[in-house]
Ligand binder design. Structure first.
Ligand code: URA
Length: 432
């Protein structure tokens, strides 16, 4: 087999075989297929695309280049969720304890965040003592004991994706649906869960700019997962504003705690209930989505979801008293109000602009080596659809800087305020 023949075949819009795809991906990972050949194939895939079967072969070939987490020693159904990247997205902090409190196993290895705000691990590390480094045996034991673990990546999952993603970034081939689907799904499949719910973000700040593209991506990922024996759901959600009110690590943990206490923002609570319900239903713990949702509401009302989050924190060395008393979280030095300069309905709060501002405050990393400041960030006071009068507070900046002029100018640019009323719609579509 020769790499050049495989490139030519895809260039000519012919279907690749499983052997050809595996030969190419293995060779690229080991170095016998060159970067320029992989770039050419990625560009051929960008233009000619792949059918579901080819995309599944590509996903499997990538998955097989690295470690696969073996969760077989965990009793019962294992579930996982993944978001394609949102601002203010602390969904795992609510969904994981909610489903775990019902006896469903949530075993998650995550990476750290880069860009807009921290990832789930950075958020959890705003709780003093929280340790993301468990050995594989400790990880398995904890999930068997309390149903939940959220740790950093210890194994080398999908090295092919690490290499290929960096190459796609510099060869204008990121925005290819089969390449995105295989990148995301190879990592999800390597994480070993039986049931997976994907949150595919749609909008100006997301990879998928419109619902048509997002639907294609969601359908393909669901198909790949099913072909690999998983129960799959993709929920397409709008990213015309940050999720909930809080953006920034400890601010988001506090919002997750409020949500588990029944006092969360409406949009965020609804998304958590939606994702948790699909996981519960697909794990056969409820006979309908409505029954699954009622189970979640019960776990919020009786505080068992909150208790499960506290168990997670204390088992991983963190101070669980923060979960029951969030006023203990370290605060930023200053809280600055940013006010509306006109009257009208908020049509959009550009999530990327808000996420970028939070990163500049220190809530996220510009490079992987940057240190995060857990207490800083942004808390919205108004959401899309709300009416504001000139002078009303739009948001609060939690900052350790004394001069925030540039950040204030930045966040104001995120707002689109208009005369016509508008109704935000968060959940756009569900694909099973
Ligand atoms: N997220 C990924 O992990 N891979 C992609 O290709 C795009 C988003």
């Amino acid at each position: 087999m020769r790499a050049v023949d495989i490139i030519m075949k895809k260039r000519n819009n012919e279907k690749l075989t499983q052997e050809e795809i595996k030969f190419f991906i293995d060779g690229y990972t080991k170095g016998s297929v060159e970067d320029y050949q992989m770039s050419a194939l990625a560009m051929a895939i960008y233009f000619q695309s792949m059918d579901d079967e080819e995309a599944t072969y590509l996903t499997k070939a990538m998955l097989e280049t690295g470690d696969v987490i073996d969760l077989s020693k965990i009793n019962g159904v294992k579930v996982d969720k993944h978001s394609t990247g949102g601002v203010g997205d602390k969904t795992s902090l609510v969904v994981a304890p909610l489903v775990a409190s019902l006896g469903i196993k949530f075993a998650k290895m995550s990476g750290r965040g880069l860009g807009h705000t921290g990832g789930t691990l950075d958020k959890l590390e705003s709780i003093p003592g929280y340790n993301i480094e468990l050995t594989e045996d400790e990880f398995i034991k904890q999930v068997n004991d309390i149903g939940i673990a959220l740790i950093g990546q210890t194994l080398e999952l999908v090295p092919a994706d690490k290499k290929l993603y960096a190459l796609r970034d510099v060869t204008a081939t990121v925005e290819s649906i089969p390449l995105i689907a295989s990148s995301i799904m190879s990592k999800k499949l390597a994480s070993g869960a039986d049931v997976i719910c994907l949150d595919v973000k749609v909008g100006s700040g997301a990879f998928m700019k419109n619902i048509e593209e997002a639907t294609k991506l969601g359908k393909l990922m669901v198909e790949i997962g099913k072909k690999c024996g998983k129960k799959m759901t993709a929920v397409l959600t709008n990213m015309d504003e940050p999720l909930g009110f809080a953006v920034g690590n400890s601010l988001e943990v506090i919002e997750a705690i409020n949500t588990l206490n029944g006092n969360g923002p409406k949009d965020f609570t609804n998304l958590c209930l939606e994702i948790a319900s699909h996981l519960i239903f697909d794990a056969n713990y409820a006979s309908s989505l409505e029954e699954a949702k009622q189970l979640c509401l019960k776990q919020i009302e009786n505080r068992e979801g909150l208790q499960s989050l506290a168990n997670l924190v204390s088992h991983q060395g963190g101070d669980a008293s923060y979960i029951f008393n969030p006023t203990k979280f370290e605060k930023a030095k200053y809280i600055i109000e940013v006010k509306a300069a006109s009257n009208g309905y908020i049509k959009r709060i550009d999530a990327l602009t808000i996420g970028h501002a939070a990163m500049l405050l220190g809530a996220g990393r510009q490079t992987i080596k940057d240190k995060i400041c857990h207490s800083v960030g942004i808390v919205l006071n108004k959401k899309v659809g709300d009416y504001v009068n000139n002078g009303d507070t739009l948001l609060y900046i939690h900052t350790n800087f004394s001069d925030n002029k540039e950040i204030i100018e930045n966040v104001l640019q995120a707002y689109c305020i208009q005369d016509e009323a508008c109704e935000p719609q968060l959940i756009l579509k569900v694909i099973k």
